[in-house]
Design a protein around this ligand. Structure first.
Ligand SMILES: [Mg+2]
Ligand SMILES: [Zn+2]
Length: 273
């Protein structure tokens, strides 16, 4: 059962909006954000926006209050709790930032369901200003993937985890996401994995246009209810398949041990009489 890793995008997947836009809009800084967006990468702009808001007297507590009001479909939190209770290894992969994600996950009581949060670093500096940094330092060590934004390649994160898990034995993966940045990691999944793109969102469009490039089985979803239903069904399907595989292996092992006892197969070690 613990052989299943589930990757969750955060914005428009776990929560129903984009957390960066939510904070900027709720704090009344949309015009400045839109004005600056053509001039710098999104991630650098968020750091700049947090500085602007701090200058205007917006505090960390104000930002936390806004984050706690973020809309989440009522079936998402129960779905994540169930997947965790079923023994799955849950991980976030997001281009938001650690401050926004942890504040929200803690507020809805599911932070401890996740073994890892892969996202842009963020911290509150000594002046009480939220700083947001890129996950990949694109000035000194660019990731080189042309599908992804300069600060993060989610495909590289999936590959790193695949590498670690391969050493621990076989694991099956489920990936849920909506955005352009969720297409690259979808291409890294294997035939035995599943990708759940949100219907009519950019990742879904890209996957449908490039179906031959995606090895994993695709299951689309529209809202929190389908998110819960499909995710739990896939976990169940994988669990049944894996237990059948285990029992086949067990039968093979029993047949071999019987054959060895009856002398049909050479014994690996001489049996002392
Ligand atoms: Mg997203
Ligand atoms: Zn990439």
């Amino acid at each position: 059962m613990a052989g299943i890793v589930v990757f969750f995008d955060f914005d428009k997947t776990i929560i129903d909006v984009d957390s960066d836009n939510w904070v900027v809009d709720e704090l009344g800084a949309t015009d400045l954000f839109n004005q600056l967006l053509p001039t710098m990468p999104w991630n650098s702009l968020m750091d700049r926006m947090m500085n602007e808001l701090h200058t205007q007297g917006i505090t960390i507590q104000d930002i936390e209050e806004v984050l706690k009001r973020v809309p989440i479909h009522p079936r998402i939190v129960p779905a994540i709790k169930s997947a965790y209770a079923l023994g799955c290894d849950l991980r976030v992969i997001s281009d938001a930032n650690v401050f926004f994600i942890e504040t929200i996950l803690k507020h809805v009581g599911i932070r401890d369901c996740f073994s890892e949060i892969n996202t842009n670093p963020g911290y509150v500096d000594e002046e009480g200003r939220l700083r947001i940094l890129p996950y990949v330092d694109f000035q000194t060590s660019p990731h080189g993937c042309n599908l992804c934004p300069p600060n993060m390649c989610k495909g590289m994160i999936v590959e790193r985890i695949q590498g670690i898990l391969a050493k621990e034995g076989k694991k099956r993966m489920i990936y849920l996401g909506d955005g352009i940045g969720d297409f690259c990691p979808s291409l890294k999944l294997m035939e035995t994995d599943f990708v759940m793109p949100r219907k009519d969102f950019p990742a879904w469009n890209l996957i449908n246009k490039n179906r031959t490039l995606v090895k994993a089985t695709v299951h689309e979803w529209t809202d929190g209810e389908e998110f819960e239903h499909i995710l739990l069904q896939l976990i169940n399907t994988i669990t049944v398949e894996e237990s059948q595989l285990l029992s086949v292996e067990y039968c093979k092992f029993q047949t071999m041990s019987k054959a060895a006892t009856h002398g049909a197969l050479p014994r690996a070690l001489p049996v002392p009489y």
